[in-house]
Design a protein around this ligand. Sequence first.
Ligand code: SIN
Ligand code: CO
Length: 381
Amino acid sequence: MDITQPLPLLGGLSPQQFMNTHWQKKPLLVRQAIPDFKPLLDRAELFELAASEDVQTRMVIQTPSATAGWHFKHGPFERRALPPLKQPGWTMLLQGVDLHHDAVHALMNQFRFVPDARLDDLMISYATDQGGVGPHYDSYDVFLLQAHGKRRWRIGRQKDLSLQPDVPLKILANFEPEEEYLLEPGDMLYLPPLYAHDGIAEGECMTYSIGFRIPNRAEVARELLQRLAEDAEEAVGLTLYQDPDQMAVAQPAEIPSRMLEFAKDALRDALADDQAFGRGFGEYMTEPKPSVWFEGVEPTDGLAELLNQTGCRLDRRTRMMFDAQHIFINGESFTASGRDAGLMRALANGRQLSADEVGQLSAQAFELLVSWAESGWVLPG
Ligand code: SIN
Ligand code: CO
């Protein structure tokens, strides 16, 4: 992607300009971000996904306030379990639809001017007239693309983030909207984290939300420490504690401070191993979503031949990234250098390689590619 090229998707801003002026900073409304946009799944297809165990689905039903408001349910939902389409004020949210649908995945890929490590998923919401999830804020950035029907968004910088008590959803107690926009199919609204918003359907409505992954410090620390623990022996060795000048003690239960220093020093060494650190982080970043399950294929000679003839592409659920030393794919890491590293990086960035490029891989790297194809991570063509 040419990040200096103005894009209709960003209202004529280039990805570079958008990131400089809006990302994590201020909203952007784009009329006709995708001109003549048509929903990629119709209502029946969406309802079919909502019935699947593999899709995380939630439903929010609003009843007139006299009977106390908001109801929340977790899916999956069979078609007959849904409220009638004529009943106003309900909405259903389907998380991670990009994992299940190629065109939805391709749409999400238009936002790859943001690093893959930050891109999370594409959620689709279906709402009947007046449906919505109430005024709230999210902790992550979001692009709200109107896919079908109309939705009225009210948004604001909201200082008071207190929430309504005793409701099953996070709903702002004192929402103070500052701006209001009616979005039609193809229009899009970008909101930075913590920006308050309330979107209310006007008639039947579908909205696509491109959401972002925003790890917190405790989460990354926990993940990294766990992974570094697995490599501890290699990283810091098995040197034994020594205390030739330990004195006799009158308080035997007291832990010697020198022992604590020994432990700290070992931990510092483990953390200072940049290779292991980078490896652990990349493996963590490319770990497939918990719901993802790859069907492998039987190893045959035909597969290698096919990859050679047609090139290859990543399965839409595959996560592949790289750093200066490693290639990461679906939670595994490999070291690569020279031409192989260039080609593997091209696969991670472009999510495909031509037959010609596959032909340039070393025998070892090609073998790796074949094993990924056998795991179902990489597909021919
Ligand atoms: C929706 O699509 O109904 C809600 C999306 C959001 O507010 O983040
Ligand atoms: Co939101």
